[in-house]
Design a protein around this ligand. Structure first.
Ligand code: MLT
Length: 257
């Protein structure tokens, strides 16, 4: 059985979720559990992560969106609300760009519309070389201190270890490929400004990687959007504040059905 699809079929719009970097679909466990009683929730592992198989050299974020779309074909699902957190949000935007007819709405969590600056691109290429030479802990060590708010680290004792465990599960080549893919992604400002679909933007108040100003910018671009800033949460808001995250998501989806 494909465990990355859960829930009910029927009139309710399905949800397709893309994971953050360098995580896997397991990061959506609490959302799948909460939402799949009432609708189909499909999660997707990028190649090199979780159950996504071998890393694919030269893979782009648009390729991940296409693979997600092919997964929907295989499941007989036509239209979805597409969402993602951080890199998953970049892939959700690539999905909207490639498959507007399949997109019923957007969930953009802890992400940004803009492309990388030249300095950020250089940094990703340096990190990709480091991962290929020394393994995925290069990225895990660099990212871990910046992913969770102080509140979450103090109040959810096992979260830090769970987060590190998920990152260490990624393949080194998959991690390097996705760093290169993120560096090459286009700016999505025009795409979002032209989009009139319902959109749910969520961010942690203490997110230092994609701060609330990035969410506010997307909110001003997306005419049909709602914005939620979760106090006490950092970059991994769905893991840090799962109950609030799920309530927001569930209300948003109910409004689209
Ligand atoms: C993520 O959480 O997916 C990454 O921080 C995204 C990024 O590096 O731009």
């Amino acid at each position: 059985m494909d465990t990355s699809m859960a829930g009910q079929s029927g009139a309710r719009v399905p949800l397709l979720l893309f994971h953050a970097f360098p995580f896997h679909a397991g990061m959506w466990e609490a959302q799948v559990e909460a939402l799949s009683a009432s609708r189909t929730v499909v999660t997707f592992d990028c190649p090199g992560f979780g159950g996504g198989g071998e890393a694919v050299s030269g893979l782009s974020l648009a390729d991940c969106a296409r693979l997600g779309s092919e997964k929907l074909d295989g499941l007989g699902i036509d239209r979805v609300v597409v969402g993602g957190l951080s890199m998953g949000g970049y892939i959700a935007m690539a999905f909207l760009r490639a498959f507007p007819e399949r997109t019923a709405g957007l969930v953009l969590a802890n992400t940004r519309a803009g492309a990388d600056s030249e300095a950020a691109r250089q940094m990703r290429h340096t990190q990709a070389a480091g991962v290929r030479a020394s393994g995925v802990q290069v990225v895990a060590d660099a990212m871990l201190p910046r992913l969770l708010s102080e509140t979450s680290v103090n109040e959810i004792p096992d979260l830090r270890d769970r987060v590190r465990g998920m990152m260490m599960n990624a393949s080194a080549e998959g991690t390097a490929v996705m760093l290169e893919a993120m560096a090459a992604r286009p700016d999505s400002g025009e795409l979002l400004s032209a989009c009139t679909l319902p959109a749910c933007i969520i961010v942690g108040e203490s997110d230092v990687l994609t701060p609330p100003d990035e969410a506010r910018a997307m909110h001003s671009m997306l005419r049909g959007s709602e914005l939620h800033i979760l106090d006490g949460a950092g970059h991994l808001s769905n893991l840090e504040a799962p109950i609030r995250f799920n309530t927001i998501l569930s209300r948003f989806l109910d409004g689209i059905d």
